[in-house]
Design a protein around this ligand. Structure first.
Ligand SMILES: *[C@@H]1O[C@H](CO)[C@@H](O)[C@H](O)[C@H]1NC(C)=O
Length: 284
């Protein structure tokens, strides 16, 4: 690695630290940004609006949604997932529009037995159609500390990031006939629920209710709506080029090489008549 790119990366990290601090100082509050959507008292906001928790027990799971809707933007949230034996629980955190032809950009965290790894499941729906799963292991224990999970949604691509490392890029492939989420505003949703009919090894491992309640924590929510002006090709903003620099592309390849455990684009058995059009090899 050249020293100039090292300096660049160091600077980048510094920028993230600074911007996170700005959010905290600005006093962004879950009270202002979030509605507890279901599950009554299972979802809680505390620490003056800085911390939110979702719990699941035998009675109910729960969930929240953002008060605002976004049409393109960047969403950042720090999550600390259900610790210890979380097998059968799923914590989902996603963007979604309404209606039968809805668009959706998903993170789902599939719990596991103590010491076994969570699976991070991702998907993209456009015009009501999903079937675009990619799954990953994480390179850290997501239950020990808070980590940042982000979605960048722009007209030409969607990027999933974990601690600012890109793990997945879904490119706009409208030019080859693949619908892309571009006109339906989305809200942020999150929920913690019982999925022990499928989540852990296809439903083999059931929730151990003696360990309930299962609790996940959230903080430092930040949503930036991109103004449509910034996507004007004449505005001077390079909206048509991908925003991953060489370091970002290297990180993406690293994650995909060592941590990706499923990619629908490699699943020839599932698509015997040919892989989906957006799967044709593209460079990031
Ligand atoms: C749970 O752990 C097992 C064993 O390491 C692994 O095969 C599996 O992918 C993990 N995740 C889930 C959700 O089952």
């Amino acid at each position: 690695m050249s020293s100039s790119s090292f300096t660049h990366n160091g600077f980048y990290v510094l920028m993230i630290v600074v911007s996170t601090m700005v959010v905290v100082c600005a006093g962004g509050s879950f009270y202002q940004d979030i509605d507890l959507a279901w599950g009554d008292n299972h979802a809680k906001i505390f620490n003056g609006g800085q911390l939110l928790s979702l719990s699941l027990d035998k009675v109910s799971g729960c969930g929240f949604k953002s008060k605002k809707e976004y049409l393109f933007g960047r969403i950042d949230m720090q999550l600390k997932l259900v610790a210890h034996n979380s097998a059968g629980t799923v914590t989902s955190y996603y963007l979604s529009s309404q209606g039968p032809k809805h668009d959706e950009i998903d993170f789902e965290f599939l719990g596991n037995l103590s010491g076994d790894p969570y699976i991070l499941h991702t998907n993209v729906f456009s015009q009501g159609k999903g079937d675009r799963e990619q799954q990953f292991y994480l390179w850290f224990d997501p239950t020990k500390n808070f980590h940042t999970y982000s979605i960048i949604w722009k007209p030409h691509h969607i990027i999933f990031l974990v601690d600012n490392t890109p793990i997945r890029v879904f490119k706009n492939a409208e030019s080859v006939g693949v619908p892309f989420p571009h006109n339906q505003p989305m809200r942020i949703y999150s929920s913690l629920w019982n999925a022990d009919n499928w989540a852990t090894r296809g439903g083999l491992v059931k929730i151990d209710w003696s360990k309930a309640p299962f609790t996940a924590y959230y903080r430092n929510f930040k949503a930036t709506q991109f103004s449509s002006k910034s996507f004007n090709p004449n505005s001077g903003v390079e909206w048509h080029t991908t925003e991953l620099d060489a370091y970002g592309r290297r990180r993406l390849r690293w994650v995909q090489k060592y941590f990706m455990i499923y990619n629908y684009c490699n699943d020839l058995k599932r698509f015997p008549l040919g892989l989906p059009a957006e799967c044709t090899r593209t460079r990031f």
